[in-house]
Design a protein around this ligand. Structure first.
Ligand code: SAM
Length: 190
């Protein structure tokens, strides 16, 4: 397939905006796959903030990073991504290069623990305040489960209203696939 799939496209966007030595945020650590990817992108002198409200996700992410011996460039935060401001270091304010949200529930875990539109939007707002120009927030929206559809229906109007003078907002999705496959919303600060 020559067209990028959803997850590869999310990573392409993150690779474009996060330089060596950069600052990145994984808003939903889960099993740590995105955190590991971001940690490699920022290199030895960069910094990744990785959030999750579930302890098991934080522990799984920690294990993954230790296996790859790059845990020192990642700050694992057992708290909601909506509290980003509380953790962002002074010298990183306004200097976040990229962030990713994989919304929904942690596969293989309690499906009742899901991301919610209010906290997701609160976190996006804090990130928008702190992005560099050219910085990108990538949202991977899973709307095949009931709470995911609710989250989609609140997120889309919010992102579509962001001022076009300030942000490029992109939706990337396969429109002919069955069963509500995930899609991407990306917000780039201009
Ligand atoms: N990116 C992950 C990976 O690579 O495995 C998958 C993330 S999973 C789809 C969504 C995660 O978001 C869950 O682990 C859940 O605990 C977490 N979550 C839900 N609400 C959150 C919040 N307010 N702040 C941070 N994490 C949250």
């Amino acid at each position: 397939m020559n067209v990028s799939g959803i997850l590869p496209f999310a990573r392409e966007l993150l690779s474009r905006c996060i330089p060596d030595g950069g600052v990145a945020v994984d808003a939903t650590a889960g099993k740590g796959n995105d955190t590991l990817f971001l940690a490699k992108l920022v290199g030895e002198s960069g910094h990744v903030y990785s959030f999750d409200i579930q302890e098991q996700a934080i522990l799984a992410t920690k294990d993954k990073l230790q296996l790859h011996e790059i845990e020192q460039r990642v700050e694992l935060i057992h708290d909601g991504h909506e509290n980003l401001e509380k953790y962002l270091k002074l010298n990183h304010k306004g200097l976040v290069n990229g962030a990713v949200f994989n919304l929904g529930y942690l596969p293989g875990s309690n499906k009742e623990i899901v991301t919610t539109p209010d906290t997701t939007i609160a976190a996006i707002e804090e990130l928008l305040e702190n992005l560099v120009k050219g910085g990108i927030i990538v949202l991977v929206i899973y709307h095949g489960h009931p709470e995911g559809a609710v989250e989609r229906d609140q997120l889309l109007p919010y992102v579509r209203e962001l001022a076009q003078e300030d942000y490029h907002v992109l939706e990337y999705r396969f429109t002919n696939q069955q069963n509500n496959p995930p899609f991407i919303v990306a917000i780039e600060k201009r």
